[in-house]
Design a protein around this ligand. Structure first.
Ligand SMILES: NC(=O)c1ccc[n+]([C@@H]2O[C@H](COP(=O)([O-])OP(=O)(O)OC[C@H]3O[C@@H](n4cnc5c(N)ncnc54)[C@H](O)[C@@H]3O)[C@@H](O)[C@H]2O)c1
Length: 321
């Protein structure tokens, strides 16, 4: 494979979200012709794109589950590459399981149908480590069984399988990147859909106690979001159609240790609130990034450094509200 993004028109679905907006920034810096974004603003925020929009990116506040909408945007702008980041956050599946599932499936079938009909050339789809479920062995490589514990992850797994079948049937140029838990600037920190790192930071900043669910022994493998965007662009030219690659820094940490790291960085000496464990919370996510590193060399941002940058961003961002 030797794909090139230079001079191409690119569409990022879910590009006003956390990872998508960082990817948009990277794409703009990488010399694409123009970046288009479709985001229904379910969790996306236009502020995440302020830099990108100033540099000429175009945002469609619209729904990628609607086939004709995607068809129109792709045709109108002669898109040749699509990065599929759109999804409804994992936690949403606890309150609306069927819609969390269907969003992932509907967007994927729309994209694959449009690609099959020749409307664009290359599809880079964002899967998630959640499709593996709780680890049967660690570190989890790409051959780990897929056994989702939430409907969100089931929808992502269905989308992945659909992509594989379309590649086999129609010889499409489509492949899968599978990030593990991301953290960093712009991650949603509000409400039930927020992730553990931004919740903890924002609680401490607003004078509340940080929380640990259960004993905090759940293990996660965190990667700094800018590393993920860089990794995807490094993998883009070389991944084979139908291929899947984990993207992780392979640095497992227990949630309680993570919370303690954050409290230390933020000089928080108050109490921690222990709450009941969330149903379906997977016990362990530790990725093998062997395949990734065998394809591209990479220096990951150390967790401590990434957490410091993240705390600094929320500090500035939340102070301005
Ligand atoms: N954040 C992580 O730790 C993580 C880990 C592994 C995989 N991923 C994957 O990376 C991708 C991006 O995740 P994220 O963390 O940036 O999530 P995010 O929620 O911040 O971004 C997803 C975006 O999709 C948009 N969206 C939802 N439904 C839509 C629809 N019907 N049409 C158009 N836009 C829609 C949302 O508004 C949001 O801006 C997802 O595919 C996710 O599964 C994320």
């Amino acid at each position: 494979m030797n794909r090139d993004i230079m001079g191409k028109a690119v569409l990022v679905t879910g590009g006003a979200g956390f990872i998508g907006s960082h990817l948009v920034d990277r794409l703009i810096d990488s010399g694409v012709e123009k970046v288009f974004i479709i985001d229904n603003m379910f969790l996306g925020n236009e502020k995440n794109l302020s830099n990108a929009l100033n540099k000429g990116a175009v945002l469609y506040k619209d729904d990628a589950e609607i086939y004709s909408t995607l068809e129109y945007i792709i045709k109108e702008n002669q898109i040749s590459i699509v990065f599929n980041c759109a999804t409804k956050a994992l936690n949403y599946s606890f309150v609306n399981p069927s819609n969390a599932y269907m969003t992932n499936v509907n967007i994927m079938v729309n994209l694959l149908e449009l690609q099959r009909k020749g409307l664009f050339k290359t599809l880079c789809h964002f899967s998630t480590s959640e499709v593996y479920g709780t680890a049967l062995y660690t570190p989890m490589d790409e051959k780990h069984p897929v056994d989702p514990t939430t409907t969100y992850a089931a929808g992502k797994a269905a989308a992945d399988i659909m992509l594989g079948s379309y590649v086999k049937m129609y010889d499409l140029d489509a492949f899968i990147v599978r990030p593990f838990n991301n953290y960093g600037p712009r991650q949603n920190y509000e409400g039930k859909l927020a992730g553990v790192i931004p919740i903890t930071i924002s609680k401490i900043l607003s004078g509340q106690m940080p929380e640990i669910h259960g004993k905090g022994l759940q293990k996660r493998d965190f990667i700094y979001v800018e590393d993920t965007a860089d990794a995807v662009l490094k993998l883009y030219p070389v991944l084979s159609p139908g291929d899947t690659v984990n993207i992780s820094a392979n640095g497992m940490i227990e949630i309680k240790d993570l919370i303690h790291k954050i409290t230390k960085i933020m000089n928080y000496e108050g109490q921690i609130l222990y709450k009941d464990r969330r149903v379906s919370d997977v016990d362990c996510h530790n990725a093998s990034n062997k395949k990734f590193l065998s394809i591209v060399p990479f220096d990951f941002t150390p967790l401590e450094e990434g957490l410091k940058k993240t705390v600094e961003w929320y500090n500035n961002h939340l102070q301005k509200r």
